[in-house]
Design a protein around this ligand. Structure first.
Ligand code: ZN
Ligand code: ZN
Length: 335
């Protein structure tokens, strides 16, 4: 019989479709027979030498060979960096002008670099840039929420091959975020502890969904994973915002993230994925009830009418089996 599981953090019900469940290796994509990409593509706006083809640079991390990570506004931004936040409520018509930030973070200078195969120090440089942008964006009083994310692969929404991440900062806190925050507050009020710390503690004792434990991070599939291979990385230290991560934690996060993405790359043949950092909205930084984390969503199945019509998910993989599968994926050293 299928089993319904409740995700206490997202408040989603998930149908774990045991009977329809596939074995974890059945989610692997067919091996790709593509021509290898060049190290440099003269038509790529993110390649070194083509900097003038992008919007003016906002920030960079460099070394003696040039830039390592580079940030600029998105050429086709969803939100405009200019103007004030103004709101209009006319009866039931509520609107606001679209101020906010939409930035591109180029992860690496090499055109053919695959993020999952990057040496951990290069991933660490990207994470340091994320933290720097968080710190900067928080100073902008027009912004309420900062979202850093990566789309990898066309079906995950990426249109440029050269590896990059994005930052979007919005003038509102969305209903989903607000609801999760309020619920985390309620849990804190009732139980006197953080819902994320409690989840982590229970996952550590259950062990079956753990993917990796490092000094500062725990990676696992949630008990009610919303989709196959849905992965959370929680910092062990209770901190509400990503920008409070220490240098030592970022070094650890880089190797943890690399390990998980490389296992997906080798175990499932480079699946498309999204990851996003869920941090507290920019105004409340020091709180006991919220705990930042990174969520990885491999795009190995599609959501459809049922999910849209119900707000409920069907997951055709058993998180315990997927975790066991991923723990056993071996990959070569990329240093
Ligand atoms: Zn390029
Ligand atoms: Zn916590």
């Amino acid at each position: 019989m299928p089993e319904l599981r409740f995700n206490v953090i997202t408040k989603d019900w998930v149908i774990i479709a045991r009977e329809r469940a596939k074995r974890p290796d059945q989610f692997a994509l067919p091996k790709k027979e593509e021509l290898p990409l060049p190290q440099f593509d003269p038509s790529c706006p993110f390649c070194p030498g083509n900097e003038s083809h992008t919007e003016p640079e906002i920030a960079r991390l460099g070394d003696n060979k040039g830039w390592r990570v580079r940030v600029m506004p998105n050429k086709y931004p969803a939100l405009s960096a200019h103007g004030e936040r103004t709101r209009s409520n006319e009866g039931m018509r509520i609107s606001m002008n679209g101020v906010g930030l939409h930035e591109v973070i180029v992860d690496h200078r090499r055109h053919n670099m695959v993020f999952a195969l990057m040496p951990p120090p290069d991933i660490e440089a990207v994470l340091r840039m994320y933290r720097q942008r968080y710190e900067e964006c928080r100073k902008d009083e027009r912004l309420e929420a900062i979202i850093i994310f990566k789309n990898h692969g066309e079906s995950a929404g990426s249109s440029v091959i050269h590896t990059h991440s994005q930052l979007a900062a919005t003038p509102v806190v969305t209903f989903q975020t607000r609801m999760r925050l309020e619920d985390a507050i309620r849990f804190y009020d009732q139980m006197g502890k953080c819902i994320f710390c409690q989840t982590m503690e229970e996952e550590l004792s259950a062990k079956v969904r753990i993917l990796h434990e490092s000094k500062h991070f725990i990676a696992f599939h949630p008990y009610a994973a919303l989709s196959p291979f849905h992965t959370w990385i929680f910092p062990r230290r209770h901190t509400p915002s990503f920008e409070l991560a220490t240098d030592e934690e970022l070094v650890d996060l880089a190797s943890t993230l690399k390990l998980l993405l490389a296992r997906l790359y080798y175990g499932l043949n480079d699946p498309p994925f999204n990851y996003t950092i869920r941090s507290i909205p920019s105004r409340d930084r020091n709180t006991e009830y919220y705990h930042w984390y990174l969520s990885i969503i491999p795009r190995v199945t599609k959501t459809a009418g049922f999910e849209m019509g119900s707000g409920m998910y069907i997951n055709s993989a058993l998180p315990e089996e997927s975790a066991e599968f991923l723990r056993n994926v071996q990959f070569p050293n990329h240093t």
